[in-house]
Design a protein around this ligand. Structure first.
Ligand code: C5J
Length: 221
């Protein structure tokens, strides 16, 4: 079985059961005027993950392996948006309000779509999710089961929120999860570092972590 060099130890995988999960690389998180900025974040920080995420995406596509993209967003009628999520804090614009990229975090609006640099290719599954985790209230789990996947590589934003939540959900469901450390980013560098540390701690209690070069190296055999 091939093994990817990783922390806390090598990540063994079978190519036939390997998939890539690209979490929430949406304009609303990465570009000015979106959800991330309304919360007071410097969204430019997330761009650091894009070049490595592009290399990872190309490697999976070239290997003919399945790629999943997720988008955190809500129905236009807000029926899947809990009031607790809409009303929390004091953002400049709330979810569903009209911003420069359309309604904030609403399915079908330009801001909720994936950034052009990492746009899904035809045939790649795109999961719209109302929560931070990709399994909650979606068909994501069914897609993984129907393709017989067991080993999942994760990239995306933000590391400690939707990426970590989805990795934890996947780990609890019995998947082997590997975080691509340079293809994920947070608005808070210390939170990214802490997330990587807590994923690999205690013998990989949530999973594994490594950089994109190690993953590409292993995919290229
Ligand atoms: C956040 C996400 N940070 N995609 N969502 O609210 O991580």
């Amino acid at each position: 079985m091939p093994v990817i060099k990783a922390q806390p130890f090598g990540f063994p995988f079978e190519t036939k059961s390997l998939g890539l999960v690209m979490i929430d690389f949406q304009r609303d998180f990465v570009e000015p005027g979106g959800f991330g900025e309304t919360l007071g974040n410097d969204v430019s920080q997330l761009r650091a993950a894009i070049p490595a995420a592009q290399r990872l995406l190309s490697a999976f596509r070239n290997a003919g392996l399945p790629v999943f993209h997720t988008r955190e967003c809500h129905r236009p009628d807000l029926s899947d948006l809990p009031p607790s999520k809409r009303n929390r804090g004091a953002p400049k614009l709330r979810i569903g309000d009209i911003g420069p990229m359309g309604r904030i975090l609403i399915a079908g609006e330009p801001g909720a779509d994936i950034i052009p640099e990492l746009y899904p290719a035809p045939g790649e599954v795109v999961i719209d999710k109302p929560g931070k985790g990709a399994f909650f209230a979606t068909e994501f789990g069914d897609h993984l089961v129907s393709r017989g996947l067991q080993h999942l590589v994760f990239a995306g934003v933000t590391t400690e929120v939707c990426v970590q939540t989805t990795m934890r959900e996947a780990n609890d469901r019995g998947y082997d999860c590997l975080l691509a450390t340079d293809a994920t980013q947070s608005y808070f560098p210390q939170f990214k570092a802490a997330t990587v540390d807590m994923i690999v701690a205690q013998g990989g209690i949530v999973g594994w972590a490594t950089d994109v070069d190690r993953i590409v190296e292993a995919l290229n055999g």
